[in-house]
Every structure is written in C-alpha cells, then in structure tokens.
Design a protein around this ligand. Structure first.
Ligand code: PGA
Ligand code: ZN
Length: 370
C-alpha cells in the first residue's frame, strides 16, 4: 500500500513541552495519527530524539520518497527508515521521528485492512492465541523524581485485574488523605504524593486498602539523588505484600542486578527498565545474565514498532513476562493499549486513573475489552 500523504505538527505533552503528532494517509484514504511521549527518568541507552521542529523538518524531507514507495507492512517501513537513519541510536532522524511514522502507519494500515489496531498487531506479532486481558500495575502513589513526597521510590502500584477495582483503591486513598488533611494533589503520572510520607509510610498507606491484591514498585534507582541509600528490599518484601520490583539498582550496576536476580527471580517479578530500555541487544544480555524475569516495554525507548515487537517476542520466547508502559511525560495517544493486548503482554503500566493522558489508555483498554 502506498502512502498518499504525511503531516507532522507540534502538540503539547503532559509536562507543558512540545512533542510531535504525525498523520499518515494511505492511498485508500485510511489514516493513522500518532504522538510521541517522553521520559522524566530516562534510561541512558534509549535511542536519541531530535527537537520537535527538527523532527517535523525530517518528516517533511522524507515525505517525497516515502510517498513514492510501496510498504506492504510496518516492518518494511521501519526497515527503510532505520537504514535511512544509518546510526545505532537513531540520532540522525531521531527515534521520535521514526516512531511517529511507524505507529501512524500501523494504525492506518489496520484501518485499511478493516481491523482494530490490536488485531493488526497480533498478526504482526504472529499471535494466534485468543486475546487475553493484561493485568494492570495501576499507580496509586508516587515519589522520587515524579512526586513531591519524601518517598525515594518512584512508583507504588497495585496489581489489579479490573479498572474498576483500581479506581476503587485510588479513590479510597484519596478519601483517607482528605480525612487526614493531607494534599490530594497529584504527581507526574496522576498519583498522590503527600508531604511527609517516606517509603514505608507510603507502603503502609497503600497496603491498608488492598484486599488480597499485591503491590508493584518501580524503584527507579538510576534517577535517585543519592544512589548510596537504597531501600532495604529484604525487609520491604517481608513487611508488605510486594509481588514485583522494577529497577532495584542503577542501570550500570550489572553486578548488583545479577545478585538481585539470583536471589529474587524465583520469588517475585523482577522488572528491567532503564537497564534494558526495550532494546533487543540489552534484553539478550539481561536474559543471559539472568537479572530479571520481566521487561518494561516503552516503544519510544527503541523507536519503532518492529523493534518493539522484536523485544516482546524475545522476552516471551525466553519465558520472561512483558509490561507495556507509558512514559512520565505523555500524550493522549492510546496506541500502547492496543500494543499490550495485541502482543499478549502480561501487564500494563499506564499510571493512575487520573490525568487525561493516562485515562486515554485505560479508556482504550475498556473499549477493547467491550
Ligand atoms: P519515565 O520513567 O518518567 O522516564 O517515563 C518511568 C519509569 O521509570 O518507568
Ligand atoms: Zn521504570
């Protein structure tokens, strides 16, 4: 199918900064629109991005050649763009430039084939199984770089099966904070971040509202102000119903990651984020070194739909679980909900059931469920 037209423009993201939104129109009139999120606690090995104006210029420059070629699927488009870029980290065209074209094309192609985006992704991923509903790591409280409390841990999530149950826990915490005269203002990803609450107090607060649900934490150590003071994982696991820990050590600290993996991968979900940055090469190393058993997947860490699906396939083939994730700085694009369902991811991490850019993903999940 030929691309008829491409347009890219600046839009605002959830951190009051500009990002790009790209529209791809196929020759049968099918359209796809994609906008690109950004990170607040980015991994050092994520692909490069270029400024929005530069990305728009790159897309304008590419339009002539892209509209003369035939791309049967997004893999062909991604391959062309990756070769055109010619760098290991997409610094020439920008990961944001390539990913916006890749996602917009994926959405347009799905429409052209009269499929839902998640159905088209399932085909691309070679998934023939029945769709399964991912569990949600829903954000309740946030600290570290994302929040304003005294907690150094970045994300305190409840693992829930339904949006309803997550919303119920979220609202109960809000009522309790109000009752205590604490702030119910929310942080970067929509969760509460009350003054004076450290890691343990935050965990106690959250634990009090769970009915058998387990807790998932993103420690995000790479973004710690003081990396010498880490939480005592042994004691946290003993005292709270924690089932999953993401990024317990710095992204460069493979030695401690290996020790952690050895100790905990049989007991809990150990999620790699900054140390793997959705990159198949880094995931391969992580699997060989046995540092975890689940990978956080953020398409803009790697910069194309094809490579995102590659990393998910590699994880699943090695018995790792997949957590499809939003970013600290996000937009109303709901593509990752389709990605999670279509790729057979075990979990989603879409933030709190608050703030439009997070709600967009939950609402798309609900729509897919219907
Ligand atoms: P981000 O990080 O703010 O860079 O998106 C979120 C995370 O660490 O999972
Ligand atoms: Zn993380």
């Amino acid at each position: 199918m030929k691309i008829e037209d491409i347009k890219s423009r600046r839009i605002l993201n959830s951190a009051s900064k500009y990002t790009i939104e790209t529209k791809v129109v196929l020759e049968d009139g099918s359209t796809g629109i994609a906008s690109i999120p950004g990170g607040l606690s980015k991994g050092a090995t994520e692909v490069a991005t270029v400024e929005p104006n530069q990305a728009i210029k790159n897309i304008t420059d590419l339009t002539e050649i892209l509209t003369t070629k035939v791309f049967d699927n997004v893999h062909e488009l991604d391959k062309f763009l990756i070769e055109k870029d010619g760098t290991e980290n997409k610094s020439n065209l920008g990961g944001n430039t390539i990913l916006s074209l890749s996602i917009a094309f994926t959405k347009a192609k799905a429409k052209s084939e009269e499929k839902e985006t998640y159905q088209y992704i399932a085909e691309l991923a070679g998934n023939t199984h029945k769709f399964k509903w991912p569990k949600m790591m829903m954000l309740m409280l946030e600290g570290g770089l994302h929040g304003s409390s005294d907690a150094t841990i970045q994300e305190f999530m409840a693992i829930v099966d339904t949006v309803d149950r997550g919303v119920e826990i979220y609202n109960k915490i809000k009522e309790e904070l109000k009752r205590l005269g604490k702030s119910t203002n929310v942080g970067a990803e929509g969760a509460f971040s009350p003054d004076g609450y450290d890691n343990e107090q935050t965990l106690s607060l959250l634990s009090g509202f769970l009915h058998g649900e387990k807790i998932a934490l993103d420690i995000a150590v790479s973004s710690f102000e003081n990396k010498n003071v880490l939480p005592d994982y042994e004691s946290l696991l003993k005292n709270y119903p924690i089932a999953s820990i993401e990024d317990p050590y710095d992204e460069k600290d493979w030695t401690n990651w290996e020790l952690f993996g050895e100790k905990y991968t049989e007991k809990i979900i150990v999620v790699t984020d900054d140390i793997t940055t959705s990159n198949p090469k880094l995931l391969k190393k992580a699997i060989e070194k046995d540092i975890g058993n689940a990978i956080l997947v953020k398409p803009n860490q790697i910069g194309s739909v094809s490579e995102t699906l590659d990393v998910i396939r590699m994880a699943h083939n090695s018995g790792w679980q997949v957590v499809v994730s939003h970013r600290g700085t996000d937009t109303n694009d709901d593509f990752i909900a389709d990605l999670a369902v279509g790729s057979g991811a075990e979990f989603t991490k879409f933030g709190s059931p608050a703030r439009g850019e997070r709600i967009a993903k939950y609402n798309r999940l609900l729509e897919i469920l219907e």
